[in-house]
Write a protein that binds this ligand. Sequence first.
Ligand SMILES: C[S@@+](CC[C@H](N)C(=O)[O-])C[C@H]1O[C@@H](n2cnc3c(N)ncnc32)[C@H](O)[C@@H]1O
Length: 370
Amino acid sequence: MSDSRTRVDEALRRLAVLGERLPSAARPSLARDSLDLVHALLDEIQRATASVPVEQAVQALYRRLVPRWHFPMLNDDERNGGYEAALAEHVRPHHTVLDIGAGSGVLAVIAARAGARRVMTCEMSATIADVAREVVAADPHGEVIEVIAKRSDELTPDDMGGRADVIVSETFDCALLGESLLAIMRDARERLLAPGGTLIPSAARITAMLIESDAVFRLNRVDTTRGIDVSAFNRFSTASYFPVRLFRHPYEVLSERADVVDLDFAHDDLLPAVTHHELIVTKPGVCHGVAFWFDVTLSSTAHLENSPENPTSNWHQAVQLFDKPLPVETGDRVAIAVAYDDTSISFSRSGPRISHVRARSADQNGEAGG
Ligand SMILES: C[S@@+](CC[C@H](N)C(=O)[O-])C[C@H]1O[C@@H](n2cnc3c(N)ncnc32)[C@H](O)[C@@H]1O
């Protein structure tokens, strides 16, 4: 068979696998992406049967179904090594491990290598779960691993032959909470973890600081270009955070760093909350927003963090811009409210800015402070 024919056959096989998933995609079990998924599949299948070569259609489908960040994530040796150290520290030979969010299956294989008696790994994307099965089947430790194509909140202890001694998960984005880590941990520790069991990660912190950066501001805002007012495009600006590799852009740090969220996954309620902070300005400038990052505790020795000092992490820093740039003076205290829930975190300026410098000049020139 010619090479291209083989490739087309393989593409058809994969298309058929995806087609088989259509009924399950309509189940509430895949509610999160089901509608988009079904539309994408129908779209692409329709195009494939018209004129687009099947292989191309499959590629287009994969682009929609599997985020590109899986590649840098899998190549992040610090991340993989951190999980390896944590699993080596916590896994005992009699343990059952549950890995939530299999992806390629790498953490499940690491857990099996650490000596777990049994490893279950669940994956909400059926397409990705298929690949995890392939990876696991090819690994010498694969026989103790089972890949289940389910969301963690649909998994039952019966699916796993009982609750897990160790639950491990890497379901966090650059802002820690954007991939539903809180909901996943809350649910998993209540229903799927054995009494006295271990959660990996066990804790996390988010740290923030004020920044000035016209370049970062312009990643999300525009005024005029070549004399043309294109500011109408700002209706598409994101109001929430977005990932930025700070070192790639000129920026100034305008405040001290403040820890704004502290989570203990075993003991905190992990419910939505709003916390209030004051960021103390250390340098005068025009503040465009807040840069923030996480430090996640995997074990007594293993941490993962995406601070600006760690430019090789696969996680960028997160930046949330203020609605309007804010001029600040050294000593100002900028009041910030940090609101988080099961799927997001957002920073907003809360209340008046307490400004020692401005308060004095307000006395002198009659300007309103803050
Ligand atoms: C950031 S990736 C990590 C993959 C893999 N564990 C690793 O470390 O390379 C997270 C994976 O979890 C899956 N996922 C996210 N939330 C899930 C959930 N509640 N239940 C099952 N899978 C989930 C996503 O589809 C994605 O493949």
